[in-house]
Design a binder for this molecule. Sequence first.
Ligand SMILES: *Cc1c(COP(=O)(O)O)cnc(C)c1O
Length: 365
Amino acid sequence: MTLTQLQSAPAAARPTLRGAVTGLPSYVPGRRSAGMDIAALASNESHYEPLPAAIAAVAGAAGAMNRYPDMAAVELRDRLARHLGVSAGEIAVGPGSVGVLQQIITGLCDAGDEVIFAWRSFEAYPILVELAGARPVRIPLDHLEGHDLDAMAAAVTERTRVILLCTPNNPTGVPISHDRIEAFLRSVRSDILVVIDEAYVEYAEAGSGPDSLSLYREFPNVCILRTFSKAYGLAGLRVGYAVAAPDIAEGLRRTALPFSVSALAQKAAVASLDAGEEMEARVAVVKQERARMSRELAARGWKLEPSQGNFLWIRADDELRTRLMEAFDGAGIMVRAYQGDGVRITVADAAANNRVLRILAAHAA
Ligand SMILES: *Cc1c(COP(=O)(O)O)cnc(C)c1O
């Protein structure tokens, strides 16, 4: 057969994507209307710039970008170990906590294994599970927008490898109490990794959620997941981490894409931890704003569950959601809509929050 015959051969079989990939939702970028004062309240980012020390650390490290970063992230892991009171061997870092979560799922799940999580919760969960060829098991939230831990425990099968608990839950803002997680951990098999995703832990009132480090010390199958993307204001740099038993953490480090956490991100994360009090001062302002918005909305007749995150959750049927989204769109306010469930709005500065309040006052349910 000549090359020409080969090229014109019939039955043009083409490369195909895996079913798990064709089934994934496509990313739809948010609309940005020119000339409008857009309030970006759709992604729960910090509306503050990064901490000054983090910006200085990035500027200082920029001249070394011709070099690969420290793949073992030794300095950052040592600093985190000191911050948390664990050893560096119990820490794995990744490109955002979503990156670490991907390492967790690909590190623990074979095809067909099951990962249980609440729904609605963080949208990345089903995507990462399906990409790994594992099976997502979604357990509906309870009537107070929180995790239904009894139903989650009842959903465990012999294929269950990982359970994801998100506290405070994204997008509803509802935490899971320490006692409830502790009872849950006593009731599930110790070979199941229970991941406590605390992306918003800095915004939670003390005592509303778990003391996850003490749970981790008591239950070796607990894995804590945290990020620099939210309260620390480094969403664009991509750095997060897990705390897990040394053998698990070591496995997570092995499954990581090489050099996925840049030197800039590592330096900025260390500098941000060193400037923790400045971060806490900013968080305190957001918490005050969250309380103010909740009060004003309650006075307008909105019935919202109290949020422990830097966002508010409005349960909404499709009619209300469509009406709200039109109003927000028209006002240049980007918020996050969830079909069939509701709308999530990031708490930002007073000026942006007032714009949100004006819209919601005009559309009280
Ligand atoms: C934002 C968020 C994350 C963090 O994502 P990064 O990859 O660290 O930016 C993790 N979990 C939840 C629930 C989140 O909302």
